[in-house]
Ligand binder design. Structure first.
Ligand SMILES: Cc1cc2nc3c(=O)[nH]c(=O)nc-3n(C[C@H](O)[C@H](O)[C@H](O)COP(=O)(O)OP(=O)(O)OC[C@H]3O[C@@H](n4cnc5c(N)ncnc54)[C@H](O)[C@@H]3O)c2cc1C
Length: 132
């Protein structure tokens, strides 16, 4: 369709580096949002929009309660441990939009960390209501 643009999880883009499409990650969606914004400006100015290329900066994940692993792609560096977990937490808060969100998430996570409460979100589907 002309003049319809999609970004994020709903998009499948094949590239040489990612023949099965880009991973469904927040980083990809964020980078695509910046790319589409630049493309809109270029289109308004009658310029060709450049093709999107994802640059993987790396991954990080938590392991257990107090540890995390960071695998940086540029520069190629891997580190882990308690300090890495601290970086993971700080970066997640920093990436949230808005001071209010950061404070709320910080309080929420601190509470869950201290009380060891696991949040499990389950969606219960009432089959009968679907049939009707
Ligand atoms: C459990 C879980 C953990 C994840 N962990 C990570 C992680 O650690 N790191 C990472 O990088 N990525 C992670 N992801 C993936 C990441 O969340 C997605 O890749 C990212 O959110 C995609 O962004 P998006 O804008 O494409 O879609 P979304 O963030 O899903 O945004 C789509 C928005 O559209 C809204 N919407 C849907 N339908 C309509 C409609 N009809 N009208 C109006 N609004 C509508 C939705 O409510 C939603 O707000 C995780 C995903 C899940 C489910």
């Amino acid at each position: 369709m002309d003049n319809v643009y999609a970004i994020g999880d709903v998009v499948f883009i094949e590239s040489d580096l990612y023949p099965k499409g880009y991973p469904q990650l927040a980083n990809v969606a964020i980078d695509q949002s910046k790319n589409v914004a630049i493309n809109f400006i270029r289109l308004v100015n009658n310029k060709q929009p450049p093709r999107f290329h994802y640059i993987n900066k790396g991954s990080m994940t938590t392991v257990g309660r107090n540890k995390a692993v960071v695998d940086l792609a540029i520069p190629k560096l891997t580190f882990h441990g308690f300090f890495t977990w601290f970086i993971w937490m700080a970066l997640h808060l920093f990436l949230l939009i808005g001071v209010k969100n950061r404070i709320v998430v910080f309080i929420n996570r601190t509470y869950k960390y201290i009380t060891r409460k696991q949040s499990l979100a389950l969606l219960f589907l009432n089959i009968n209501s679907v049939k009707n």
